[in-house]
Every structure is written in structure tokens, then in C-alpha cells.
Design a protein around this ligand. Structure first.
Ligand SMILES: Cc1cc2nc3c(=O)[nH]c(=O)nc-3n(C[C@H](O)[C@H](O)[C@H](O)COP(=O)(O)O)c2cc1C
Length: 359
């Protein structure tokens, strides 16, 4: 639980959320946290569910790592018992290796197993995984079918719009997936060639949502609650997925439901509580202090984006190498913001943020 003041705001915002069902997968609401490598581990996913994400997906996990019994990879499969609506995402190119790994993932009891078909990174694509799977659609029926056979829970996919602008083939991929019993598809509205440049192609996503035989989750560039609200009002997608937005604004899910008459705003002290909560969750997840500090620093830097004096604060963050000092330094900054009457932040969205990733 958060403080009574913050928990009250969260509960009031959550009262406006409605559960949604995509295929056979139920979510607490139609705004989901997108998978992000080295970010969407169990503590972060749990925090985002606390803060209104209707469901979450793990970072991409290598099927080969799982099958080889790699300890680091196997640990990625572990869920927090408090997580409710979580999927585990696997990547790989070989149907049999993926099927074997999917069975192991299934045994960890997520709500669904998701296949990464959007990763643009060379190391993954050159082996035929990630977005390379969109290239040879003739192999996809067997690929999905082989994996699906090993699962007792739903199979889902996350794709891009296509390999490049001359090959926008999400509709073809979706039809094959539907035939093989896939439950839903999340689409990042860019091609592989685009990587993270340009804008997400919402026109195409909306078209897909209208013609697709599977529920389509629209994804890409919903960086603010305002943009998310606007999209929710007009979209044909039964759900939307947010990746980078929640990294700098952990209240983006809640804010997307809040109405002006609710008079709810999240302040510096709320951000501080979120940081402390994430630390609590991470503390249970890793007991190596150095790892904990590095991971926390990353999130603190993102969460602090847009607050007054953040550049100076960030510089100082690197002078602290243990958890207690890092938290104390952070507490002082957020308390000071409040005392100086600078409790609210404004993020400059004209600056690019995180322009590489695995999907
Ligand atoms: C740092 C980072 C890591 C990512 N890792 C994954 C991943 O593991 N699996 C995946 O399917 N997509 C991954 N993605 C893509 C996101 O899920 C999402 O599709 C993309 O960021 C666009 O959504 P956004 O504009 O809301 O961030 C990653 C993106 C980023 C920025």
C-alpha cells in the first residue's frame, strides 16, 4: 500500500477502469504495459499494475537461453505472486526450440505466452527471430502451430507493421495467426526498417483493428496521458499498449482515466513514493546491492524527468553508490521540490527519448 493520500487517488482513478477481454485473456483495463527488455522485470511490472496498467508483458526472453538452462534467462521467467495479468514473451526463430521453451514458460503460470515478432535488433534478426519472422510468412503457420501445441494457456503475438514500407503485411500475419489459434496481436506501428524513427503509423493500425479477425492492441508513441486519452476516444483497437510513456510518467495509466472533475494531480511526493515502492519490490528481487543501485538509478532518472533542477539532480545521483545514500539523496530532492512549490513537472516531448529497443 502507498500512503493513504496516494492510495486514495489511485483507487479513485482505478474506479474508472473497466476490465477487458481479448480473445480468452482478461485484463483489468484496456491500457497495457508494453514489453521492454531490461525494464519489464517482475518488480516493475508489479508496480505498473499497482498504478493502473491493465496487464503487462515481460521483457523478451531467449528460447535458447531457457532450453540451455541459462540461470539468468530462467530467472526472467519468475513471476511475482502479486502480479495478476502478465504474459511472458519469448523470442527465437526455430519452432521446436520455441515450443520447448514455451512449455517451460507455461509452467510459470503467466496468463499467456507471447511471441516477439517485432525486434529489429541485428543480433536477433540475423538469426531469423524477432521482426525477421515477418519476412517469410510461408513458415508461420507451422511456427505458431508447433508452439501452440505445447501450451495450456493462450498464445499471443507482438509484431511490427511489416519489414519495410513496401511490405506492410500485418493483415497476412494476423490471418495465419488466427488460423493457428493465436488469441490477440499487439502491433507496434512501425516497420522493421524504421526502427524507432518517424511516427507510429496509426492510420494503418486503425485499419488493421477494423479488418482483423483477431483483437488488435495498438502501440506506438502514446507518450502522454493526453495522447492516450485522445486515442482511446477514437480508436477501433480494443486495447492499447504503452512502453516509453510510463518510464517517465508512472501515472500515465491512471491519468488516462482521470477526468477534470476528479481534480486529481500527481505531485513530486507521489513520485517519491513510487520510487520507494519500486525499491521495495526490487529489493525482494535482487540481493546484489550494486545491481540494485544501478537499476534504481535508471528508474529514478527517468521518473525525475521534467522536474525543476533535474539536470543537477541527475549528476549528483552518480555520486552515490549504495542504496541508502541513493534513496536519501532522492528523498531530499523530491522533498525540496515540494517545499519550493515546484511539485509538478513538465516533460519536453519534442526531444527524442529511448530510440532503440527490442520490438
Ligand atoms: C528500451 C526498450 C526495450 C524494448 N524491448 C522490447 C521487448 O523486449 N519486446 C518487445 O516486443 N518490444 C520491445 N520494445 C518495444 C516496445 O514494446 C514498444 O513496441 C515500442 O517502444 C513502441 O511503443 P512506445 O512508443 O509506447 O514506447 C522495447 C522498446 C524499448 C524502448
Amino acid at each position: 500500500m502507498f500512503s493513504k493520500t496516494l492510495q486514495d487517488k489511485i483507487d479513485r482513478a482505478k474506479a474508472r477502469m473497466t476490465p477487458t477481454k481479448l480473445g480468452n485473456v482478461e485484463f483489468a483495463s484496456p491500457l497495457l504495459l508494453a514489453p521492454m527488455s531490461a525494464i519489464c522485470n517482475a518488480p516493475f511490472r508489479r508496480l505498473m499494475e499497482d498504478l493502473g496498467a491493465g496487464g503487462t508483458v515481460s521483457e523478451l526472453i531467449s528460447c535458447h537461453g531457457i532450453n540451455h538452462g541459462n540461470l539468468r534467462t530462467r530467472n526472467m521467467l519468475k513471476l511475482d505472486p502479486h502480479e495478476k495479468n502478465v504474459g511472458l514473451q519469448l523470442f527465437g526463430e526455430d519452432p521446436n526450440a520455441m515450443a520447448l521453451a514455451a512449455k517451460v514458460a507455461n509452467d510459470h503460470n503467466p496468463k499467456f505466452v507471447d511471441i516477439n515478432m517485432g525486434c529489429p535488433v541485428k543480433k536477433v534478426v540475423s538469426k531469423g527471430g524477432g521482426s525477421a519472422l515477418l519476412k517469410d510468412t510461408s513458415a508461420l503457420g507451422n511456427f505458431f502451430g508447433t508452439i501452440k501445441k505445447e501450451l495450456t494457456i493462450p498464445l499471443t503475438i507482438k509484431i511490427r507493421t511489416g519489414w519495410d514500407s513496401d511490405h506492410l503485411n500485418a493483415d497476412e500475419v494476423i490471418h495465419i495467426a488466427k488460423e493457428e489459434g493465436v488469441e490477440f496481436v499487439a502491433i507496434h506501428g512501425r516497420t522493421r526498417t524504421q526502427q524507432y524513427t518517424g511516427d507510429a503509423n496509426w492510420e494503418y493500425l486503425e485499419k488493421m483493428a477494423q479488418i482483423s479477425p483477431l483483437p488488435v492492441i495498438g502501440n506506438g508513441d502514446l507518450h502522454t496521458a493526453t495522447a492516450t486519452k485522445e486515442r482511446m476516444e477514437k480508436t477501433h483497437c480494443p486495447a492499447l499498449m504503452l512502453g516509453r510513456g510510463p518510464l517517465r510518467d508512472p501515472f500515465i495509466f491512471l491519468d488516462s482515466y482521470i477526468k477534470p472533475e476528479d481534480q486529481i494531480r500527481f505531485s513530486a511526493l507521489d513520485y517519491l513514493e513510487v520510487i520507494q515502492k519500486l525499491f521495495d519490490y526490487m529489493n525482494g528481487h535482487t540481493d546484489v546491492e550494486k545491481t540494485l543501485v544501478i537499476q534504481m538509478r535508471k528508474h529514478i532518472m527517468w521518473f525525475a524527468a521534467g522536474f525543476d533542477g533535474v539536470t543537477h539532480f541527475r549528476r549528483g545521483l552518480f555520486n552515490h553508490n549504495n542504496v541508502d545514500e541513493t534513496l536519501k539523496y532522492t528523498e531530499n530532492y523530491f522533498n525540496d521540490l515540494t517545499q519550493r512549490g515546484m511539485a509538478f513537472k513538465r516533460i519536453d516531448h519534442s526531444q527524442a527519448f529511448m530510440t532503440s529497443g527490442h520490438g
